[in-house]
Structure formats: C-alpha cells, structure tokens
Design a protein around this ligand. Structure first.
Ligand code: M6R
Length: 611
C-alpha cells in the first residue's frame, strides 16, 4: 500500500525523504511526491511512476528545507496521475500524506465543495487537506486541527501533516494503518515502516491505534493517545542491521530472498527445538497454558500466508491430532462463525499489517476463542501487538512483493506449532522425534535444492511464450501447487491455476493440450502412485509435463512430453517446504525471461493495509 515518510531535522531533509521513499517503494509504486517547507512556503514535486521519476524532478529543481513529508502511492481512488499523487495541499495552507482509505470521503467532499473548496484530484485524501484548512482558518493550532479533522473521518488512515502556519512541526496520526516514529539525535521522523528510516536511526516508537504525534524542533516527540492523554511509548531498537534493504550481488530482491532461505530457516528454528520435541515455551511463557486448553484451531491469513495455513491443516491433523479450519481473512471477517469450545485463533502474516487479517483478529476477539497466536515476520507489528501470543518467523525484511522466505519460515513456525501441540496433547506419535531431527538438517537440504538453480533456469525457457499453466499436487502438496501458481501469475503475469491432482478429471483436464504446461511436485509419499496416475491422464491428452520429483521416484521421461528434475530426499513431513523452492525459482526465471518487474509487479503492493 502507500508509504509515508516525514522528517523534522536541523539539516536539509530532501535526501532523507527520497532515500526513505526508495526503501518504501515496495509498498506502492505508481507515483510519488514530496512537500518541503521552504522560506515559509509549501514546495512540492510529484511524479507518476517509480520514485526514480520523482528523483529526476528533484535533481532538476531541488526542494531544500528542514521539515518535509513524502509519499509513495498505491492507487485506491483515482488513477496513478500527478494530480492524484500525494502530498495533497489545500491552497498554501496545509499538506497531507495518507495511507489507508477514508470511507466517508464522498459525503465530506460534498460538504467541502458546498463550502467553496475546489478539488484537484480524485482521491479520498484531498478531503483531509481541505477540512484541515477550514479548521486552521478558525485559528486552531495544527495539532488540534488534525485532532478535530480525524474525528470526522471514517475508515483507516495513517497521516503526516504540515503547515506553514506552524513551521518546523509535523503531525502524524495512526488509525488502522501502520506508522512509526524514528527517534534521531536532535531530529525526528515518521514512516510507515522502520525500514524507510534505517539510514538515519535504529530507534523507533511504534504508535498505538488512535495515537497522534507531534514531531518538533530539536527532535521533540509528543504523543497523545486516542483519549487525548499525553503518553510515553517505549523506544525500541530495530534488530536488523542496515544493509538488509539492499540487493547485494543479486539482480533482484526476490532472488536474494529465495537464496536466503537456508539461513532464515535456521534462524526460525534457533533455540526452539528440544532434543526430540518442541517445548510449548518456544511460543512464550503463556503458551503452555493456552496450548493445554486448545482443542481445535482456526487459521486466518491472506495470499501466500493463507497457503501456509492450508499446509498446516494437513500437519496439525496428522501429527498433532488437532482439528483445523483455514480461511482467508476477507471472508472470515464478514461471516457469522460458530466457534467450538477450546478453539485457538491463529493468524499468519509476513507484514503483520494486512488490513483483512488484522480486522479478522479484532473481530475474533468477541467470539469466544481461547486465545490468539500470531505467526508473523515483523516484530512490533499491529498483529503481534494485538495477539495474546506471537511467534516471530525471523525471515528478516522481505522486500520483493512476491513472498518467498516469509512463506517457508511460516511453514517452519507451523511445523513447530504442530510438534508443540502434539506434545501438549501427548498424541502418541513416534514420528515427532524424527521430524525434529529432520528439521535440523533442513537448511542443508534446501541448499542442495537451490544448487539446481541453473537447471531450473534452463527449464523456464519452456514457459516464456505460454499464456497459461497448471500446477498439481496432492495432500499437503496441493497448497504448494496453489502457491506455485500464485507465484507464477504474480510476477510473470502468466495465468496459472493450482489444483489437487485428483480433481483434474473433474474439469480442468479439458484445458490440457500441448500449449498448457503442467507442473507437478512428486515427493515419495503415500499418494505417489495416485499422483502418477493423474500425471498419465495429462500425458494422454498431449499435455507438457514438468515434474519435481524425489530422487527415488521413477517417472518415465524418455519421451519429450515429460521433464523430470530430481530433488534430494527429505522427511515426508517437510517435503512441502522443500518443494516450494524449485517453484519459486521457476517463477522467478520465467518472469526474468518475460522482462517483467520482478520485485514490484504491476498492480500489487507488498503490505496490503487497505481492505
Ligand atoms: O503480509 P501478509 O503475509 O499478511 O500478506 C498477505 C498477502 O498479501 C501476501 O502473501 C501476498 O499474497 C504476496 N504478494 C504473495 O506473494
């Protein structure tokens, strides 16, 4: 979604804001803009396209000044045009950047137009600027004007506001969209994500819902809560070193993040495995009591995280004996769920800021769940702070819009949950110790799979001219097929579908011909023979098959309608994790061949903070 950055410093802030925008670009990248206060006036540049376009404008006409706000946009209301790009101004009075959606903007707009305001954009944000201008005209100070204005807004927003009437201060508000304060030395900052500010500070204050903040001279930070009481929020040190937001020697963030998986899987396991089991305490001191009461699980997530939840259902039912339901957050939050006694509510999210997942958690709170567990990659995120307990996935910042290492570390966390709950329930299952041992060797096996990159790149040639693809899997590999298809469509724009292989004959087989590549994962498990029969059905219809198979699995690839790539042996329980890797690499190489924007695919954003 949109990214906000703001700075009040004793030096020129243009460079800080621009660097911050580059780091926020993963959130939205259809247009960008910046307003800086210069000699008592608001000065602004906006440009359609990537932040680089704004940088070009600034090179030609710099915006000097010690206080400024800036924005990178993911369009919700109005096309990506310069007029719709933020910051939005009301005359010379006030400038606003906004992330979120103002749900009552149409009514507010009518009122403001009737009051004489002329709108220059199609955005919902512009109503905020004009309403602020009206309140400021009544002699109210900027901080109070923002308070009075947000009291009339419905929906979700994080705002950064500045006005020449009070030069040298920036006001921020957080209501439903993320916002952090960066604490510098005699300077202060605001951003949607700490990553945007790592070049200037590693100290952050995570604002609570409803908080308002004023950044002022000498780095002063004044926060009031939703009831208007002055509050102190803790300053937290950001745990990742700077450099995480760089591609290093890799061509794209996505490739870097794929290759980081052995390392981050180790990090996700570190300190959480017992000799033969997973102690519930790995999930925090409150977890043993919570897990002891847990009779079933409801998992809620979106996109790739939802696919991780689907894999977990197979694991939790088989290895922990716990019934599981999995649902996408945008559906769950508008249902009327009947909650069985002893149900643990589990959310999965890379960002911890996905609006639907967060809303589902808030909705679930009144429904009688025994508690909530967030499995998340971003410490301090809303989801983590609002859940009863949380397990961090330790994937490190994921910049590529296509989720890769966040997914596999979620799977690691979910297997830890499976083993931990299985132990709590003392489900007799001799396999637990074997899986714990297998987890310890997993990073090394992942490295072996990543070493197949060259072969997968060669294979990707067969997809570059195709318009459709089918991904097949069975059992816990059905969600891996869904994830493979999502990755391919997301970054290469090839239409792809994931199916349980056994379902093929109930419809999708009609699509199969020589123009339809069919990709399947074939680990050596109980369902292998069934899967092989399904693959024969594809061959018999002239389909082109690409199979990622266990090294022990014999599939006749003597004909040129079948290509098989063998993967090393892994414990059956962990195969979904391992078989994800070649599918990620395949999508990546197809996208590179097609020349798409791999890290920032069209129409998408990394952190979906609007409904
Ligand atoms: O941050 P989250 O895990 O909550 O995000 C959920 C989805 O928006 C996300 O997984 C999305 O589907 C990815 N772009 C997929 O690669």
């Amino acid at each position: 979604m949109c990214g906000i950055i703001a700075a009040v410093a004793q030096r020129n802030v243009q460079g800080i804001l621009l660097e911050g925008l580059k780091r926020l670009e993963y959130r939205g990248y259809d247009s960008a803009g910046m307003t800086v206060l210069h000699e008592g006036a608001l000065t602004r540049h906006r440009a359609v396209g990537k932040v680089a376009a704004l940088a070009d404008c600034l090179e030609g006409a710099p915006l000097p000044g010690t206080a400024g706000i800036a924005h990178t946009r993911w369009a919700t209301h109005g096309k990506p045009t310069e007029a719709n790009a933020h910051p939005h101004h009301s005359g010379d009075t006030v400038a606003v950047v906004h992330n979120g959606i103002i749900e009552n903007f149409e009514a507010l707009k009518r009122e403001l137009e009737a009051g004489g305001h002329t709108f220059t954009s199609q955005t919902d944000t512009e109503v905020i600027a004009h309403r602020l201008a009206d309140v400021l005209a009544g002699g109210v100070g900027l901080f109070d004007a923002v308070k009075q204005t947000v009291d009339t807004l419905g929906g979700a927003y994080a705002l950064g506001v500045m006005s020449p009437q009070e030069p040298g201060i920036v006001v921020g508000v957080r209501q439903g969209s993320p916002l952090v304060v960066g604490v510098g030395i005699d300077e202060a900052f605001l951003a949607s994500d700490p990553l945007a500010l790592l070049q200037v500070t590693d100290r952050f204050i995570y604002l609570e819902e409803g908080d308002m903040v004023e950044l002022g001279a000498g780095g002063s930070v004044h926060i009031v809560d939703r009831d208007g009481r002055a509050v102190e929020r803790p300053v937290r040190i950001f745990e990742y070193a700077d450099g995480v937001a760089s591609k290093g020697d890799y061509r794209h963030f996505m490739l870097k993040e794929i290759f980081e998986q052995p390392k981050v899987i180790s990090a996700a396991l570190e300190g959480r495995l017992g000799e033969h089991s997973v102690p519930a305490e790995s999930f925090g001191p409150e977890a043993p009591a919570l897990f002891a009461q847990t009779r079933q699980i409801q998992i809620i997530a979106c996109g790739t995280s939802y696919h991780a939840g689907l894999v977990a259902r197979y694991w939790l039912e088989r290895y922990a004996g716990v019934p599981v339901q999995v649902e996408v957050a945008s559906e769950f939050r508008y249902r009327h769920p009947v909650v069985a006694e002893g149900t643990l509510f589990v959310t999965l999210s890379q960002s911890g800021e996905t609006a639907d997942t967060l809303a589902a958690l808030r909705f679930a709170k009144g429904l009688g769940y025994v508690g909530s567990l967030a499995i998340c990659n971003v410490p301090g995120s809303s989801l983590v702070r609002e859940s009863d307990i949380a397990l961090m996935t330790h994937a490190g910042p994921e910049i590529g819009v296509a989720s890769t290492k966040a997914f596999t570390t979620q799977l690691v966390a979910l297997m830890l949950l499976t083993l931990s709950l299985g132990k709590c329930k003392t489900t007799p299952n001799g396999e637990h110790a074997e899986i714990v041992a297998a987890l310890k060797t997993l990073p090394a096996i992942c490295r072996q799979v990543l070493a197949l990159d060259g072969e997968i790149e060669a294979l990707s040639q067969a997809f570059a001219e195709k318009h459709h693809a089918l991904f097949l899997g069975r059992g816990a590999h059905f969600p891996i097929a869904l994830e493979g298809a999502l990755k391919l469509k997301e970054i290469s724009y090839i239409h792809a579908e994931g199916y349980p292989a056994g379902e093929l004959k109930h419809g999708p087989l009609a699509l199969v011909d020589s123009e339809m590549p069919v990709i399947s994962v074939a680990p050596n498990d109980d369902l292998l023979e069934k899967l092989k029969s399904n693959l024969q059905e594809v061959r018999a219809r002239g389909g082109q098959l690409f199979v990622f198979a266990d090294e022990s699995v014999g599939i006749d690839d003597s004909e040129d309608d079948v290509t098989v790539l063998h993967l090393p042996r892994v414990h059956e329980a962990l195969a979904p994790l391992l078989y994800t890797l070649p599918l990620q690499l395949l999508s990546y190489h197809v996208a590179v061949l097609k020349g798409t924007d791999v890290d920032q695919p069209r129409n998408l954003a990394k952190s979906v903070t609007v409904e």
